[in-house]
Write a protein that binds this ligand. Structure first.
Ligand code: IVH
Length: 677
C-alpha cells in the first residue's frame, strides 16, 4: 500500500520538478500556472495524509526550516576563486598574449564569453543528485551555510534531473536580483516608509543573509551557474561551454547570453554587443568574463594567487562614483520645467568625466536630503543623464542649509509655479522665457494654431539661434533681407514665408488662444473658451471663477490661464501681436457667427467620429463640431447622440447600430451644421 502511495508521490514530484525547470530555468512553461498549482496542491494534500513519506527534495520543502539564530560555516573543499580584471582593450590583448605565450601557441584561443553578473557567488553541493548544502563564497576558503535560504529559490534544483550526473557535484554560480524585482521591492519599501536598498546587488545580499528563510522566499532572487567545484564519481565534458550545457541538463539555470568565441577580436565584439544591450538586460552586470574553453588548456595554465590564469573579467567602467556637491543650480527646460542640477567636483563615471548631475525636482532633493557641500554618489548608466543617487551616509560633518526652490525663473525672472500634486515646478514666462522660446514659437506657428505655412521647426530653431526672433511677435517683423541671408533660404521660399505670415493674421479666436501655448490649454479647451467668452478681451480678462464655469475647465487649467495672463511679459508679446505694425485681427465668435447661427442640431450633443471622411480629416470635423458646442468623445456608448462615420468605420459603427445611435456621414454633418435651430 505504502509503496503505491510512494510511487504516486514520486511521480507528482517528478512532474512538478520538470515543469518548474521548464518555467524557471528554460523560461518555456509547458503547462498553465493553474495546472501547476493543481499538481502542487495534490502533492501537499497527499503529503499531509502521509507525513512520514515527505522527502527533503520534495518541491513542497523549499521553505521548510525555522529561522536560524546564526549561519553555520562551511569549508570549501575546493577554494572559490576570484578573477583578475582588465578595464581596456590593451590589457585584454596583454591577457590573450600571456595565455598564448604560456601555451606556446600562435593559434587563436577559443573562449567562452559570459556576462559578469553583479550579485554574490554561491557554491551548491549535490551528492547523488540531492542538494546537500549551499554556501557563500566568504573569504574563498570558508563561507556561510545558507542552504535553507537557497532552497527557497525556485530555480535551484533540490534534486537533479536525469541520472547521468556525477555522484558528487559542486556547482558555482551567482545569486542576483533581477532589476524588475528590485524595483518592485523598493517600491513596496517606499510605500511603507521603510528603507530602500541601494542597488540590486545589496538587495540580493541582504535577502540571502536573512535568518528567517520565509523572508528570503518572498524576495525575487535568481541564480545563474557559471562553473563547477569538486566533481567525483562521474565525468563532465572537456570544454567549459559544454559543461555549462550539461549543467543546464541537470536542471541548473545558465545565462542565455553565454557564447563560445574564437580570438581576442571576437571577445571585443562580444563586449561591445553586450555593452550596447546592457541597459535592456533584465539583470545588472558589471563586465564580461572570458574563459579559456578547453579544460585541458585550463589545467596547463593553472592559477596565480587566488585567480585562474585562464580567465579574465573585462569590467565596464563603474556606473557609480563618489563626488561632492559644489553648488546647486536650477535649469529651465524647453517646456518651462525647472530642474535642480548639482555642480560636482569632476568625477570619472560610466566612462566619462561628469561635473553636472540632475537632482530631478524638489521632492527628490527633499527625499534624498541633498545639500551643497555634501559628499554624494553619482550615477551615470548608459546614455542616461547622470544623477545624484544619494548622500554618502554619515559624511555630513556640519549642518548645511536646506535647498530652497526658486520663486523666480533664473532665465527670464517670471514667477515659478508649482501645481499641487505635481512634482515639477515651472517657469510661467511662456512666450517670453528664452529657455522656452523656440518651443513656444513652434507651437504658435503649428498647423492647428496660427498655421504658418513654410515655417518648420528647423527654420524656427535657426531664427532663434541667429537672434532674428525671440517671441512669436518677432515673426511678423521678419524681412526679406535677413531671411535670404540664412543658410539654405532661397528668395522664393523667403517670400512664400512672408506671404504665409501675412495670411495668418486673421485667426479665429479659438486658434489664437490655442496658439498662445498656455499650459494644458489644448485645441478643445481653446474652442470652449472661445465659445464661452466670444471676444478676445473677455478671454484675457476672465477671472478664476468665470473660468472654472467653462465646460471641461477644472481648477488646474483655470489656474494656468489666470497665471498666464498675470505675466506682464505675456501681455507685452500679445500687445505686439495685436497692435500695429503687426495688427493681428482675431475673428471673434460673434463676428463669424451670430449666437443664433451658432446653435444647430449638434449643440450640446455628444458626437463620436470614426473612419475616413471624404473631404476633411477627423480633426477638422471635430473642430467644426466643437465650434457649435458639441462634445466630441472617443467611444460609443448609450450617451452618444451621433456617430459621424466615414470609410472603413469598424467596431464603433456596429456598436452604434446595436445601441440605436444615429449614424451620419460627412455630408449630413455639414448640412446639419448649416441649419440653425
Ligand atoms: S567565474 C574561477 N563567471 O565574479 C572562476 N564569476 O571576481 C571563478 N562572477 O566571485 C569565477 N559572473 O561572484 C565567474 N560568469 C561569471 C561570473 C562570475 C559573476 C563573480 C563571482 C566571482 C567574481 C570574481
Amino acid at each position: 500500500m505504502s509503496s503505491k502511495v510512494e510511487q504516486q508521490l514520486e511521480d507528482l514530484r517528478e512532474k512538478l520538478r520538470y515543469h518548474s525547470y521548464q518555467y524557471y530555468v528554460l523560461d518555456d512553461p509547458h503547462i498553465p500556472d493553474a495546472e501547476y498549482d493543481r499538481l502542487y496542491k495534490k502533492l501537499l494534500a497527499l503529503e499531509e495524509k502521509y507525513p512520514a513519506l515527505v522527502t527533503t527534495d520534495s518541491p513542497s520543502q523549499r521553505v521548510g526550516s525555522k529561522p536560524l539564530t546564526a549561519f553555520g560555516q562551511i569549508q570549501h573543499q575546493m577554494p572559490m576563486l576570484s578573477l583578475d580584471n582588465v578595464f581596456n582593450e590593451e590589457d585584454l590583448y596583454a591577457f590573450n598574449q600571456r595565455v598564448q605565450d604560456r601555451l606556446q601557441s600562435e593559434e587563436e584561443i577559443e573562449f567562452t564569453a559570459e556576462p559578469k553578473l553583479d550579485g554574490l557567488a554561491i557554491s551548491l553541493r549535490y551528492e547523488k543528485g540531492q542538494l546537500i548544502y549551499a554556501a557563500t563564497r566568504g573569504d574563498g576558503t570558508t563561507g556561510e551555510n545558507v542552504t535553507q535560504n537557497i532552497r527557497t529559490l525556485q530555480s535551484v534544483p533540490l534534486k537533479l534531473l536525469g541520472d547521468n550526473y556525477p555522484d558528487v557535484l559542486e556547482v558555482r554560480g551567482e545569486v542576483f536580483m533581477p532589476k524588475k524585482g528590485f524595483e518592485d521591492l523598493n517600491r513596496v519599501a517606499r510605500s511603507k516608509g521603510e528603507k530602500e536598498f541601494a542597488n540590486p546587488r545589496n538587495a540580493a545580499a541582504g535577502s540571502l543573509r536573512q535568518l528567517d528563510p520565509a523572508i528570503t522566499a518572498r524576495r525575487p532572487l535568481s541564480l545563474y551557474c557559471y562553473s563547477t567545484g569538486i566533481v567525483e564519481g562521474g565525468e563532465l565534458a572537456d570544454t567549459h561551454y559544454e559543461i555549462l550545457q550539461q549543467l543546464k541538463q541537470f536542471g541548473f539555470p545558465v545565462c542565455e547570453e553565454i557564447k563560445r568565441i574564437t580570438g581576442v577580436e571576437a571577445c571585443l565584439a562580444y563586449y561591445e554587443d553586450i555593452s550596447s544591450r546592457r541597459d535592456r538586460l533584465p539583470y545588472d552586470i558589471d563586465g564580461i568574463v572570458y574563459k579559456v574553453d578547453a579544460v585541458a588548456l585550463q589545467k596547463r595554465l593553472g592559477f596565480v594567487a587566488r585567480a585562474p590564469r585562464w580567465a579574465i573579467a573585462h569590467k565596464f567602467p563603474a556606473q557609480e562614483e563618489m563626488s561632492s556637491i559644489i553648488d546647486i543650480d536650477f535649469q529651465v527646460g524647453r517646456t518651462g520645467a525647472i530642474t535642480p542640477v548639482a555642480r560636482l567636483e569632476p568625477v570619472f563615471v560610466g566612462g566619462v568625466t561628469v561635473s553636472n548631475a540632475t537632482l530631478h525636482n524638489m521632492d527628490e532633493i527633499r527625499r534624498k536630503d541633498v545639500r551643497v557641500g555634501d559628499k554624494v554618489i553619482v550615477r551615470r548608466a548608459g546614455d542616461v543623464i547622470p544623477e545624484v543617487v544619494r548622500v554618502v551616509p554619515g559624511s555630513r560633518k556640519k549642518t548645511l542649509p536646506e535647498i530652497q526652490m526658486l520663486t523666480h525663473c533664473p532665465v527670464c525672472g517670471s514667477s515659478v509655479e508649482q501645481i499641487e500634486g505635481e512634482a515639477v515646478a515651472r517657469c510661467t514666462g511662456g512666450l517670453f522665457c528664452q529657455a522656452q522660446r523656440a518651443e513656444a514659437i513652434k507651437h504658435f506657428a503649428s498647423r492647428k494654431a496660427m498655421d504658418i505655412d513654410g515655417l518648420g521647426d528647423k527654420l524656427i530653431e535657426q531664427l532663434v539661434a541667429e537672434k532674428l526672433i525671440a517671441t512669436p511677435a518677432d515673426l511678423y517683423q521678419l524681412e526679406m533681407d535677413s531671411l535670404v541671408a540664412l543658410d539654405r533660404m532661397a528668395e522664393k521660399s523667403a517670400s512664400n514665408l512672408l506671404l504665409a505670415l501675412e495670411n495668418s493674421k486673421h485667426p479665429s479666436l479659438a486658434r489664437f488662444i490655442y496658439a498662445l501655448g498656455i499650459r494644458e490649454v489644448g485645441e478643445a479647451t481653446a474652442i470652449n473658451l472661445a465659445n464661452e467668452f466670444k471676444r478676445w478681451p473677455a478671454v484675457r480678462d476672465a477671472d478664476y471663477e468665470q473660468l472654472i464655469e467653462v465646460q471641461d475647465i477644472g481648477p488646474i487649467v483655470a489656474q494656468h490661464i489666470v497665471h498666464f495672463f498675470q505675466q506682464q511679459h505675456n501681455l507685452d508679446v500679445i500687445d505686439q501681436l495685436l497692435l500695429p505694425p503687426t495688427g493681428i485681427r482675431i475673428e471673434d465668435v460673434e463676428q463669424s457667427e451670430s449666437d443664433a447661427d451658432n446653435h444647430c442640431a449638434f449643440t450640446g450633443k455628444t458626437v463620436v467620429i470614426t473612419g475616413t471622411l471624404p473631404t476633411m480629416s477627423r480633426g477638422e470635423a471635430k473642430e467644426k463640431l466643437l465650434a457649435v458646442g458639441a462634445k466630441v468623445t472617443g467611444s460609443v456608448s448609450a450617451k452618444t447622440d451621433y456617430l459621424l462615420a466615414g470609410d472603413k468605420a469598424g467596431s464603433k459603427l456596429s456598436k452604434a447600430e446595436k445601441l440605436g445611435v444615429r449614424v451620419i456621414d460627412e455630408a449630413t454633418m455639414l448640412e446639419l451644421l448649416s441649419v440653425p435651430v
